[in-house]
Design a protein around this ligand. Structure first.
Ligand SMILES: [Fe+2]
Length: 387
């Protein structure tokens, strides 16, 4: 385990950089938990899921959802009067299932089981049943936040579609691109695959333990409210435990907040030019930009965030970290400025603090029993989002 400290943990400014030392090394905290803190993984999970399978939404207007989807970079896999299936280019099941519904809403997440027997084990352990689903099988659960969660196996993959390879880059003394100009096309992105989903919840601790104990996910990074580390983490970036096989830094991220809601989902593109040029295309088409370009700290992705016509947030990203199961959780304070290594300051459009409904949600969450929102937490969140 590496032992370098975040400056906030070390109680000072960034450590001096020696010649050749990576200037961002101190930004990544792999200090592990202090004694008694959350270990970030379960000792005996029911199963270990291997990845996200898809996300489900309901939308009143499937034509409009399809237009945004293809402009954002998905390919239509199937369309009926009641359902729209959007896919990426890698071989996989369609990663967005959009059903016609009376109002726009997030309708749940599906994770991939490693084996058919894992569904039986999961069903036995949760008192649910295994049912036939989309050509395979599924167990339908509900997490402690109230989000529907399917765990699926055997749903057939759609065949891979051709996609652009990363552009060759000229760096240093040995150029790889000679007598050839760089002209990336300004067109919709080629989405490769679904990367992660981020959920906000008023029941963070209960939901965190449920995902670790039930689905075998493990934590890559914890964020805590500055000055409140004694109360445990307020955000977790959570990956799949694939043993020695590297997994995305986060497949699921969860944050404690006054409103339980879908925050965003993220889709992998081939390289930086694809993120930037497809963003210009979305801008020209009049879509609402939320935040970017920048590079995150937890997960290191180069990111760009957009909102669909229903204000649901979707992220293009490239070049994310992958960790095998040996990496211990890092701990760092949650702050607005700590959401990116470079790029513009996180906007209120991204953090959601420009939404007047957040105040109503905060008052409601304070009044309701059985959640983890109290005045101290709210003060900590407000401080984090202004620092
Ligand atoms: Fe993200």
């Amino acid at each position: 385990m590496t032992t370098h400290l975040h400056p906030a943990q070390a109680g000072g400014s960034a450590p001096p950089k020696g010649p050749g030392e990576d200037p961002h090394r101190w930004l990544h905290t792999q200090t592990g938990p202090r004694p008694g803190e959350h270990p970030g993984r379960s000792g005996n999970p029911l199963v270990k899921v291997t990845g996200l399978a898809w996300l489900e939404f309901e939308k009143p207007d499937l034509d409009r959802a399809g237009r945004f989807g293809t402009d954002f970079g998905f390919t239509v896999a199937d369309r009926t009067p009641e359902t729209l299936l959007l896919r990426g280019r890698q071989a996989a099941a369609a990663c967005l299932v959009i059903r016609r519904g009376p109002r726009p809403r997030f309708a749940g997440v599906a994770f991939q089981a490693a084996a058919r027997e894992d569904l039986d084990r999961l069903a036995r352990g949760t008192g649910r049943t295994v049912t036939a689903h989309r050509g395979g099988h599924a167990v339908r659960l509900r997490d402690p936040s109230g989000f529907p969660v399917r765990v699926v196996h055997g749903v057939p993959d759609l065949p891979a579609l051709p996609g652009r390879a990363p552009l060759p880059l000229n760096f240093g003394p040995e150029p790889v691109r000679v007598n050839a100009a760089r002209r990336p096309a300004r067109r919709p992105a080629e989405i490769q695959r679904l990367g992660h989903v981020v959920l906000g919840t008023t029941r963070f601790g209960a939901a965190l333990d449920w995902y670790l104990d039930t689905l075998g996910l493990i934590v890559s990074d914890f964020l805590y409210l500055d000055g409140h580390r004694d109360r445990g983490p307020a955000m977790a970036f959570i990956r799949c435990d694939l043993g020695s096989v590297p997994a995305d830094h986060h497949t699921l991220a969860m944050i404690l907040q006054p409103r339980t809601e879908y925050v965003h989902s993220a889709y992998q593109l081939t390289d930086l030019d694809e993120v930037a040029a497809s963003g210009e295309y979305l801008r020209e088409r009049g879509y609402r930009h939320a935040w970017g370009l920048g590079r995150h700290i937890q997960g290191s992705q180069i990111f760009d965030y957009w909102r669909d016509p229903d204000r649901a947030m979707f992220e293009h990203y490239t070049d994310g970290d992958v960790f095998d199961a040996t990496m211990e959780p890092g701990w760092a304070p949650l702050s607005r400025s700590g959401l990116a290594q470079w790029g513009p300051t996180a906007t209120a459009e991204f953090t959601g603090t420009n939404d007047p409904r957040v105040v109503v949600a905060a008052i409601k969450a304070l009044r309701e029993a059985g959640n983890e929102i109290d005045l101290r937490t709210l003060r900590g969140l407000i401080k984090a989002m202004s620092s």
